[in-house]
Design a protein around this ligand. Structure first.
Ligand SMILES: *Cc1c(COP(=O)(O)O)cnc(C)c1O
Length: 219
């Protein structure tokens, strides 16, 4: 199926309250334009340089989401245009985003990445660290960022019961954090293999790549 067909079939399955981030990492601009031309306006990338290059080449009504791990020294390359940073997992990073956003006179929306997977390789903060952060004085001083929700990545496994439990844990964590900060409204969870389950568990934003653009080639 074409990118257009893939996109239309996924969109027809999404409830209205769920936002689709088309994950276009490693894919050429012509593929992204195919999605753009059938109405997709939100793209997710996991490398800042690649996202900045695509931003420069593509129409300016696109929302660019950074979904990957963010190195503090690279925030400056996306501060001018990024619309949502999914993978924020420390105060230090939030502080740097705030500093760079200030330079562009912007407020950058961020999600706190919560560690929900068992594997050590998955990034993220604990639910209690996220709670502490949101209640801290130093956080309340950051005027150029806004934490609007949480993001999580489930364990890479065929055990869908485990994935479901991890998604439910993220939803539960979101509810606790929203009681602290009512600005939270986004739960970013679910990818090509598990987005339907994620939606059943409360996801409001799914990050789908290979089901739209086909498998990735990292060479
Ligand atoms: C690559 C990636 C996705 C999309 O994965 P697919 O399985 O291709 O849908 C989603 N979220 C993150 C953080 C990713 O890095």
């Amino acid at each position: 199926m074409s990118i257009k067909d893939n996109l239309n079939s996924i969109k027809s399955n999404l409830p209205e309250h769920v936002t689709l981030v088309a994950v276009s990492k490693t894919k050429p601009v012509c593929d992204l334009m195919e999605a753009y031309n059938v109405g997709q306006r939100i793209f997710g990338e996991n490398k800042i340089q690649e996202m900045a290059d695509k931003y420069a080449e593509m129409p300016k009504d696109i929302e660019w989401h950074m979904i990957g791990h963010v190195q503090r020294n690279k925030v400056k390359y996306m501060a001018e245009f990024v619309s949502l940073i999914h993978g924020v997992e420390s105060f230090k990073l939030l502080n740097e985003i705030n500093k760079q956003a200030q330079k562009h006179n912007r407020i950058i929306d961020c999600l706190l990445q919560i560690k929900i997977a068992e594997e050590d390789s998955k990034f993220g903060m604990s639910a209690s660290d996220a709670s502490t952060l949101l209640q801290s004085d130093e956080f309340s001083e950051l005027k150029n960022i806004k934490v609007v929700g949480v993001m999580g990545m489930a364990t890479f496994t065929d055990d869908m019961t485990q994935v479901e439990n991890e998604f439910k844990f993220l939803k539960h964590t979101f509810t606790e954090l929203k009681a602290i900060n009512s600005e939270l409204h986004i739960i970013s969870m679910g990818m090509s293999g598990d987005y339907k389950l994620a939606i059943d568990c409360g996801s409001t934003m799914v990050r789908v790549g290979s089901s739209i653009f086909g498998t990735r080639n990292y060479n």
